[in-house]
Write a protein that binds this ligand. Structure first.
Ligand code: ADP
Ligand code: MG
Length: 563
């Protein structure tokens, strides 16, 4: 068929959409691109489970299955690279001609639409650029690509007998161990755990791979915080348990404080073997909180932290197209709490100082009536004691927090040392009376107005698209997610973009609260998979959390809410 199309106009490719039986697998050509420069065509290959040969233990539970799927996505990507070396001429055409690509994972092992393993089959979804010169079909190249290169890729990557089996089992077991470890945190009264021997630092700010072992200081728990667990595959593991409560990470500049906190904030996800953070786990409902000046804020109750703004501005339902450092940080906390965050993670590097502390001298100069902010230091204990919300705080610049901390961990040349007793003694010798704030009220709930979230506004068709990890184009609006640090994969951003439309189409009715809407979407994904979010099969979506979905909605600059 492809040979017959050779030399014809590109549109003739449309006719090859459909389903083809190969030996050992089925190829589905789901969507054919309109021209060689357009988004590439969408394809799938499906190998019957029996022929693929994976033992039942490889996906005996959901944790293992995600590990296996991530392994297979990487194996498929590797096989594409190898085939590229064998068929270099395929890429000589115009535009995306000859491209084969699968959405392979980064350091985090997330459920993704690129690979699905079920009891019946193993399926890989990928894209292909059907070859052309100008807009003329290169039918022989297409036949070589789909008839020779692709079967080799499938052969090398999707059959158990051809896999690097030792590596496959490492993926499966690493995923299962991480989930098992996270599940044990609660019963031990912990909010996070960092295993001894973990490698926390990354190669660079733009390279998330681990620093090579020769340059990295492996993590070693202080004896006083050491906890041990028995894991299903790795057996006994020991490391630093961070108890529920208020924990400070202190220490001199450049001693590894932020690196530790970053590892903890990513501990809500599992990491692939070799990452160095495979056994760094954090409770699922941990949210990184930071200042984000310029943020859009719609009707958020920030009164717990900020009241009496100039000109009588409302903080029970605070609106701003350009929030300050402190008001944006307050909004971030309020939103996280309403979604059920149980652990807040804050780094002084990205926090607003006036939101975090107000020292004695400043309290003497600027009295309570003139300062709208109740600093976080005056809320952190009641958050913990009355609302069960723990905090881990990196703070090298203020000892005021010694008064309110349960644990103080000092980073000293990348080694954590527990210094709680000394910090307590220092605080006791220099006791400071702080004015007690009013009790903390839970934030009021917010109902999004559907008309304010219309992605078809200004156009006739809904147009929503992710651009990189940090940007969603939503109708005519641009949502900036660059400060939402727990989005770790551009495929999550793509999925969130679709999830916003799904939420708007199905659940925003002017009655449901934002939290209820987010819950419905997450339940749909849980019950029916990421495919529930899109009208057709998409090959490059990854699992995301409720916090990040809400973060995107909350940053949509047209959003209006009713209290
Ligand atoms: P701080 O927040 O205390 O100022 P950072 O966490 O930013 O320090 O770390 C400073 C530098 O040290 C970074 O370049 C980081 O990659 C590196 N680093 C952090 N932890 C380690 C470690 N365990 N081994 C080697 N280098 C590290
Ligand atoms: Mg730092």
């Amino acid at each position: 068929e492809l040979h017959r199309l050779d030399g014809r106009g590109y549109k003739a490719y449309k006719g090859v959409a459909g389903r083809y039986a190969f030996s050992g697998f089925t190829l589905f050509i789901d969507h054919v691109q309109g021209d060689p420069f357009a988004s590439p065509s969408r394809l799938r290959v499906r190998v019957p489970r029996e022929q693929a040969g994976y033992p039942a233990e490889a996906d005996a539970n959901a944790s293992r299955r995600v590990g296996l799927e991530n392994f297979l996505a990487l194996a498929f990507a590797r096989a594409i690279r190898a085939a590229g070396g064998r068929y270099p001429e395929l890429r000589r055409g115009s535009g995306k001609s000859g491209l084969l690509a699968i959405d392979a994972p980064g350091q985090e092992m997330l459920q993704r639409t690129a690979i699905a393993v079920t009891d019946a089959f193993v399926e890989a979804r990928f894209v292909a650029g059907l070859p052309a010169r100008g807009r003329t079909i290169l039918g022989r190249a297409a036949a070589e690509m789909l008839g020779e290169a692709l079967p080799e890729v499938v052969e090398e990557s999707l059959f158990y007998s051809h896999n690097d089996q030792a590596l496959l089992w490492r993926f499966v077991e690493t995923a299962e161990d991480a989930d098992a470890l996270r599940a044990k945190l609660d019963e031990q009264g912990l909010v996070a755990f960092v295993a001894d021997g973990s490698i926390l630092p990354r190669r660079s700010g733009v390279d998330p791979r681990p620093l090579p072992a020769s340059e990295a200081v492996p993590f070693q728990s202080p004896p006083s915080l050491r906890q041990s667990f028995a894991l299903p595959n790795a057996g006994a593991v020991s490391g630093m348990g961070i108890p529920a409560g208020v924990t400070l990470i202190v220490g001199g500049g450049f001693h590894g404080k932020s690196t530790l906190l970053n590892a903890v904030e990513r501990g809500v996800y599992n990491h692939r073997p070799g990452d160095g953070r495979e056994k760094v786990v954090t409770v699922e409902s941990a949210v990184k909180i930071r200042a984000e000046d310029g943020r859009y804020v719609a009707g958020v109750d920030i009164s717990a932290f900020i009241a009496n703004l100039p000109f009588g501005r409302d903080t029970l339902s605070f609106d701003s197209a350009n929030a300050s450092g402190s008001t944006s940080q307050a909004a971030n906390i309020s939103e996280a709490l309403s979604l059920g965050a149980r652990l807040l993670l804050i780094d002084e590097d990205t926090a607003a100082t006036n939101f975090m502390i107000r020292d004695r001298r400043m309290q003497a100069l600027i009295t309570r009536e003139k300062e709208p902010i109740t600093p976080f230091i005056d809320r952190v204990r009641s958050l913990c004691e009355e609302h069960g919300v723990s905090t881990i705080l990196v703070i090298g610049g203020s000892g005021d927090y010694f008064d309110v901390a349960d644990h103080v961990v000092a980073m000293e040349a990348y080694h954590p040392v527990e210094r709680t007793e000394e910090a307590r003694a220092i605080a006791a010798a220099d006791a400071q009376a702080r004015e007690a704030p009013d009790p903390l009220q839970p934030p009021a709930s917010r109902v999004p107005l559907p008309g304010s979230v219309d992605p078809s506004r200004g156009r006739r068709r809904i147009r929503v698209q992710a651009r990189g990890p940090d940007t969603i184009l939503f109708g005519e609006e641009t949502i900036d997610l660059s400060a939402v640090e727990q989005i770790v994969d551009p495929s999550q951003t793509r999925a969130i973009a679709h999830a916003l439309v799904h939420a708007w189409e199905n659940y925003m009715d002017g009655e449901r609260t934002l939290v209820e809407i987010v819950d419905r979407v997450m339940a749909d994904v849980e019950n029916r998979g990421l495919d529930v979010l899109t009208p057709y099969l998409v090959a490059d979506l990854a699992a995301f959390r409720r916090f990040e979905l809400a973060a995107a909605l909350n940053r949509l600059r047209t959003l209006e809410v009713r209290r």
